[in-house]
Design a protein around this ligand. Structure first.
Ligand code: SF4
Ligand code: SF4
Ligand code: SF4
Length: 361
């Protein structure tokens, strides 16, 4: 049981109230651009332009956990901010806190129960209101809305972990707010909300979880069949143009100087001719598979399966589906769920004298 608002709340109205009451000095949420079907994240100060805020709009133009890390990288934000995050964005943010790339203090985290998001290409082609209508009808029934990004169709971690306020959407006509921490309760009190004890999520969430788990199994099996062995890797990543967009948008690829963009990979002409002589055909740009394998070994334990890499890929490669499948297998070996808790240590930072001894045998 949690403290929930007695009446369903309009999330925009709640965000505007906490700004107007001075409980926070700013809000970070999705906001419509001039063209109404397109959104971006915006930081809106007290007294700023709240019109067009669209925190529940089903698109992810950036992983907001990564954006928030940029804001709090060196120290906590000096002004209290409310931020609206989807579960994979919140989990990415938690990983970044543990990686010393973000600070949690002074933030009121409003986590959205997530029905999933559409590929970014859909945002540029279709009218937002048409998309929204069918999207929210499906969520009310606890179903997977059609045409979502594959990684969202099979996402089983769609309920926010560690948020101060949770917005429950599934199975409801209107969003319901639940206040889970002292900070969250202070916001509810500050705007005079009537609260009562109640469940955060509805039966529709459980129904959605069942269909998402089925979908996840199906997608994982397909991707593991496609990307089997080095031949499968070459087939799937053979289309890669080496633009590195996937790592630039990834919240977990946090290195300020990426090894794969260092001078090590600025080959001299001689390197090409030496390699050409050894092979029947030399693929250029070189080392695209090495880039993906390197990236994977660097960050697979913390991949939150947010799908940003796949959305950004101009070559249509199922990047996040591959990273999610590999990441989940690896994370299960360590019993680790990225972003589950700030206190849980990153698997590769712990030294155990006895671990994976079967590999040594
Ligand atoms: S991956 Fe999960 S949490 Fe993230 S946007 Fe998709 S459904 Fe939501
Ligand atoms: S690898 Fe892709 S799916 Fe995983 S955290 Fe990075 S952007 Fe998200
Ligand atoms: S975004 Fe796509 S094409 Fe670009 S490096 Fe990543 S996988 Fe290759």
């Amino acid at each position: 049981m949690a403290k929930v608002a007695k009446a369903p709340q309009d999330l925009n109205a709640f965000l505007i109230s906490i700004l107007e009451q001075g409980l926070v000095e700013g809000v970070m949420a999705l906001k419509f651009l001039k063209e109404p079907s397109k959104v971006s994240y915006a930081l809106i100060p007290r007294g700023g332009e709240t019109e067009g805020m669209a925190p529940l709009f089903p698109f992810m133009p950036a992983n907001a956990g990564k954006a928030l890390s940029r804001l709090t990288m060196e120290k906590p934000t000096s002004k209290p901010l409310a931020v609206v995050l989807r579960p994979c964005e919140l989990r990415a943010f938690v990983e970044l806190v543990k990686l010393d790339q973000a600070h949690r203090e002074n933030l009121y985290i409003i986590g959205v129960e997530c029905g999933g998001v559409y590929p970014l290409t859909k945002m540029t082609k279709e009218k937002g209101d048409l998309v929204l209508d069918s999207y929210f009808r499906a969520l009310k029934k606890g179903e997977i809305p059609p045409d979502l990004r594959p990684v969202c169709q099979g996402c089983d971690l769609f309920q926010p972990i560690g948020a101060d306020v949770v917005v429950s959407l599934l199975g409801r006509d209107k969003p319901q707010l639940a206040f889970l921490t002292e900070e969250g309760l202070a916001l509810a009190k500050g705007v005079g909300l009537d609260l009562s004890d109640g469940d955060v999520f509805t039966f529709a969430s459980q129904e959605l979880l069942k269909s998402r788990l089925e979908k996840r199994t199906q997608l994982t099996e397909t991707i593991k069949t496609e990307v089997k062995g080095i031949g499968g890797l070459l087939e799937v990543f053979g289309k890669c143009i080496g633009c590195h967009c996937c790592s630039h948008v990834c919240p977990i690829c946090y290195c300020k100087d990426c090894f794969f963009e260092s001078a090590t990979f600025d080959y001299e002409p001689l390197s090409y001719s030496v390699r050409m002589d050894k092979k029947k055909a030399l693929r250029v740009p070189m080392d695209t598979i090495l880039f993906h394998l390197g990236r994977m070994t660097h960050m697979a334990t913390s991949c939150v399966a947010c799908g940003m890499c796949e959305d950004a890929c101009p070559a249509g490669i199922p990047v996040s589906q591959v990273f999610k499948a590999v990441g989940r297998d690896l994370q299960e070996l360590f019993g680790y769920v990225p972003g589950r808790s700030i206190q849980e240590e990153l698997p590769l930072t712990i030294y155990r004298t006895v671990e994976f001894s079967e590999v040594e045998e």
